[in-house]
Design a protein around this ligand. Structure first.
Ligand SMILES: *Cc1c(COP(=O)(O)O)cnc(C)c1O
Length: 376
């Protein structure tokens, strides 16, 4: 079977290999069978190994849903009674965590920083010294909206200094930029199958400390379907997901993990870096400006500013590229008009070179001056 290969430069889902796509075509099976539970056990362990956790200390819990389910699960499940969450917020995804807190009425502090700057650690520490009720410190590793890399190791160290647990949204860095739960001071992190591991949508996972999950049994229950302890306990007792898992998606994730370990952490990160550099080179040649200082970028998302050209029309450029197999994506910044090109997925340098041929054509075809112009 020939499957058309699209190059997705959006921030997930990502381009997948044909072998991962094909892994979904399996004989029908009831997910309550031992064979299926055995496969999930291996997946849960491999997900912990990717961030170098000791399997006695760290575990992973699978959920059926997109990545946001992890944010919901961690926040609603890991907050003890009468305690607070501190959200170190410099972007759209940490803002999503704030919204989850608002929906559940969870006591929280929204510590805001500009979206194009790193959080000020002195301010983070100041809040921690002033408020003894903070039990959870939360942030986002790679703020996908802009591509800025947050200093999780330092934020985690501060959380631990003040006896809080550290939860980090690693959805857009996990299995791409190397993460080590010990070196990065992580108690909980999270990701989704369609991003770093380059599998399908519909499966997400929280990776974290067993001891904390077990303690959370006594915490207030704020959700039924999205409770971390409930899902963990069911997995531990039966090896199964509490409710129906996304069966075929899990077969694809199994294959994707095999491919992850075959490629290797280092080689994979080098490949994403090559792609990222090629994106920068292509944009620079066309004169595009970056939103985030280069040295602060995670190395996976490039946010570019719209040129000041009356003919620039993102939709038209998008459609031109899309019909030729390349997907580009708008930015997530309310104050500046930006678009994003991302380095995740089963793609390499050459795909980016081919993309820029098409992208340049799209600009010229829609009457945009190249190199692009800015008023200031
Ligand atoms: C993609 C992503 C998510 C999950 O978003 P969904 O739309 O629910 O898949 C969460 N956090 C970050 C940082 C992400 O990049």
């Amino acid at each position: 079977m020939q499957i058309k290969r699209n190059i997705l430069l959006n921030p997930g889902p990502s381009t997948t290999t044909d072998s991962v796509k094909m892994a979904q075509l399996v004989p029908d099976i009831c997910p309550r069978e031992k064979e299926f539970a055995g496969m999930m056990k291996g997946i849960r362990e491999d997900l912990v190994k990717i961030v170098h956790g000791d399997l006695n200390e760290y575990t992973s819990v699978l959920f059926c849903g997109s990545g946001t389910i992890n944010i919901d699960v961690c926040l609603n499940s890991l907050l003890p009674a009468n305690k607070k969450i501190l959200i170190v917020n410099n972007g759209a995804y940490s803002t999503r965590a704030v919204e989850v807190c608002e929906y559940y009425n969870l006591p929280h502090i929204d510590l805001k920083f500009p979206i194009d700057e790193l959080p000020d650690l002195k301010k983070v520490e100041q809040v921690l010294t002033q408020d003894n009720d903070i039990a959870v410190v939360y942030t986002t590793h790679n703020e996908t909206g802009t591509g800025i890399l947050n200093p999780i190791k330092d934020i985690g160290a501060l959380a631990h200094k003040y006896n809080a647990i550290f939860v980090v949204d690693t959805t857009s860095s996990y299995a791409m930029r190397p993460i080590n739960v010990y070196e990065d001071n992580i108690d909980f992190c999270m990701a989704s199958a369609q991003k770093g591991i380059m599998a399908m949508t519909g499966l997400s996972f929280v990776i974290g400390k067993r001891s904390v999950i077990e303690k959370s049994k006594e915490y207030p229950k704020r959700s039924y379907y999205c409770n971390l302890y409930l899902q963990y306990e069911f997995f531990e007792k039966t090896g199964e997901m509490h409710f129906t898992p996304p069966v075929q998606t899990i077969y694809a994730a199994r294959q994707a993990l095999n491919e992850y370990f075959a490629e290797g952490e280092k080689a994979k990160w080098e490949r994403h870096t090559r792609v990222f550099e090629a994106i920068h080179a292509g944009l620079a040649e066309l004169g595009f400006k970056n939103v985030i200082k280069r040295e602060w970028q995670t190395g996976l998302v490039v946010s570019a500013v719209y040129p000041d050209d009356k003919n620039w029309d993102f939709e038209k450029v998008h459609d031109y590229c899309y019909s030729r197999g390349f997907t580009i994506y708008p930015g997530k910044i309310s104050t500046t008009n930006t678009f994003r090109l991302c380095a995740l997925g089963a793609i390499d340098e050459n795909d980016i070179k081919n993309f820029f041929v098409v992208f340049k054509e799209a600009l010229l075809n829609t009457g945009v001056t190249v190199p692009v112009i800015y008023n200031k």
